[in-house]
Write a protein that binds this ligand. Structure first.
Ligand code: ATP
Length: 268
């Protein structure tokens, strides 16, 4: 059973309709995916390895052509305007920023320089300064390490820097690809809190996560992607309370054991 997200379809924000994506000529990775991120919300996209989560992020942010991927059907609209065919820079200027899976920061540059690169598309110095102040308030650890080379930061700090750099663009929508990957639980908690702060400051978040517990705890609505198709979507609270989801994705019952998520990503 599926349900509409909190706000009605087409009310603004990001709307993905009937999206089919292929790599090269033959590998179809997404099949007729429908997904919405209403303005002001956090939406989680979950699924096991290879389900197609990153591919969806690439489609939204205009990165598919760099991976020989193409949209063969469907549309992605942002506040009613199609994003298809737009270049990544144009999509950033339209208000959509992302952090990439694997925390791609510039390791040779300092923390401050990395933030500066994030704000490069903003012309107004005062806006940039205010933004930088806000990012450093959000991540006090980065303020302590402003002059340090980013490559020497811990994994958690690099993730904060990646998020901070994306926030320098003052996005209306932030696409976060696996922010909790490989991080200690205490850092994951901090990231969760940060996502809520970002949302409260007016930026919607599309959160791509394998860590379903974290994703559902922080999001308003959740989508489950399996083999390139959305097999379920519902308010996150409902998914958290669902025994099938609990056993399959959250590893809370014995049948799923410690190794969940497993199988093909479709709850029984
Ligand atoms: P993970 O959680 O492991 O990052 P994911 O859900 O984000 O997985 P994708 O990275 O979108 O999944 O990959 C979906 C499928 O597409 C996988 O089978 C992957 O091997 C394939 N794929 C990804 N990029 C390419 C590419 N450039 N060319 C061909 N196949 C690709």
């Amino acid at each position: 059973m599926t349900r509409q997200p909190p706000e009605a379809a087409g009310s603004g924000g990001l709307v993905v309709r009937d999206l089919t994506v292929r790599y090269g000529r033959a590998i179809t990775v997404l099949r007729q995916v429908d997904l919405e991120v209403p303005q002001g919300s956090v939406v989680a996209l979950m699924g096991v390895n290879g389900a197609g989560k990153t591919t969806l992020a690439r489609a939204v942010t205009g990165m598919l052509p760099f991976h020989s991927g193409t949209v063969v059907e469907g549309d992605i609209s942002w506040h009613g305007q199609s994003l298809l065919g737009r270049k990544p820079g144009q999509i950033v200027r339209a208000g959509v920023s992302q952090t990439l899976e694997g925390r791609r920061i510039f390791a040779e540059l300092t923390v401050d320089q990395n933030l500066g690169v994030g704000g490069i598309s903003k012309r107004n110095d005062q806006t940039l300064k205010d933004r930088r102040d806000w990012v450093l308030e959000l991540f006090p650890k980065l303020r302590e390490r402003l002059e340090q080379r980013a490559g020497y930061l811990s994994g958690g700090e690099q993730q904060m820097l990646a998020v901070g750099r994306a926030l320098m663009q003052s996005p209306q929508l932030l696409v976060l690809d696996e922010p909790s990957l490989g991080l200690a639980p205490i850092i994951v908690d901090q990231i969760r809190e940060t996502i809520l702060t970002i949302r409260d400051a007016g930026t919607s978040v599309l959160l791509i996560e394998q860590n379903a517990m974290m994703a559902l705890a922080v999001s308003d609505h959740g989508y489950i992607l399996s083999h390139g198709s959305v097999t379920r979507h519902a308010p996150s609270r409902e998914l958290l309370d669902d025994p099938d989801i609990q056993s399959f994705y959250l590893g809370l019952d014995e049948a799923a054991g410690e190794h969940a998520p497993a199988g093909d990503g479709t709850p029984a």
